[in-house]
Write a protein that binds this ligand. Structure first.
Ligand code: SF4
Ligand code: SF4
Length: 109
């Protein structure tokens, strides 16, 4: 599954620095698959949220492949990084996503 940020976000920015996949963006910012990954997909996509930080589910691996626990969940001072029930994925799929983002292994979203 991926993690999402709720409206309780206070825009502190702490989570963005911790994400190994560069899946977290400041509200209003455009995002790209290539940001912080080995992919060459540089097409800019529109922000998912305008006023608060957001997580790109295509890039979030729940930190699988890097850490035992989701780093944004641990660091967030107001506990607003939670499981996104709309993007449920198995650990195996999350590991495939990690390999796609960083090791060049192709998968379909
Ligand atoms: S769970 Fe990990 S990969 Fe997903 S957004 Fe949080 S820090 Fe990034
Ligand atoms: S750490 Fe929490 S409060 Fe701070 S920007 Fe991230 S989601 Fe928002």
């Amino acid at each position: 599954m991926s993690i999402k940020i709720t409206d309780e976000c206070i825009n502190c920015g702490a989570c963005e620095l911790e994400c190994p996949n560069h899946a977290i963006y400041e509200g209003g910012k455009k995002w790209r698959i290539s940001d912080g990954t080995s992919k060459k997909i540089t097409k800019c996509k529109n922000p998912i949220k305008k006023d608060i930080y957001f997580i790109v589910s295509e890039k979030c691996t729940e930190c699988v492949g890097f850490y035992e626990e989701p780093q944004c969940v641990i660091i967030c001072p107001v506990n607003c990084c939670i499981v996104d029930d709309n993007h449920l994925e198995s650990k195996e799929d999350l590991l495939k996503k990690k390999k796609f983002l960083h090791d060049g292994i192709p998968i379909k979203f």
